[in-house]
Design a binder for this molecule. Sequence first.
Ligand code: ZN
Length: 239
Amino acid sequence: MKFIFNCIRFVFRLIWRLIWGLIWSVALSFLVLVGVFYFTTSTETGAEGLSQALRTTVTQVDQFLTHQGLSTGFQTNEGIQSHQLTDEHATTGARWDQPSATIYIDTNNETFRSAYQEAIDSWNQTGAFTFQIINDKDKADIVAAEMNDGNVSAAGEAESQTNLLTKRFTHVTVRLNSYYLLDRRYGYSHERIVNTAAHELGHAIGLDHNEEESVMQSAGSFYSIQPIDIQAVKDLYQS
Ligand SMILES: [Zn+2]
């Protein structure tokens, strides 16, 4: 009886030591990483540099775990940053001659490709405007591309060239910003990425911002193409 008791106690002690060993190893590795990042990547010194190194470590470890498929949904202090701004589009007052344009999808990113594809399908289904996908970038009226820019606060942009005499577009480039849209810390769902693509294509059609329930809201990307948007395209191309 005493022997069995001793055995159980031995096993428990062993498990206890293993757990503590593991905790110590993890804690020690973490501290070493913080130290490494402090001396290599921190741009500040003292407490600010240390907190910078700490954030870098947490982000790196989290990214590593995510990469290994072990993500626990663990968030850093920065957490899910709310990012809302779709773009800072200025009114152009321009449109295409006809309610149709050719478009070339200029990205190899699968998420963006399918988002553009879905957004194009949605616009085409409205019957108000038709995008025709072509494979020749030089011949396309519209180029649907991507960018990776943290210096701008927008999730996308639409850059247009207009014939100022006729007020007609000659070329439009739309871009989705992977800096926000593809960084899971900003929490963009596939649906919101598609809405962002549909929004930028709305600018490529000639639509301005509309703060009603509309795909053209300047922030949020919470709405897909709404009846109000279809009407706006019809009005724009009526004359
Ligand atoms: Zn916009």
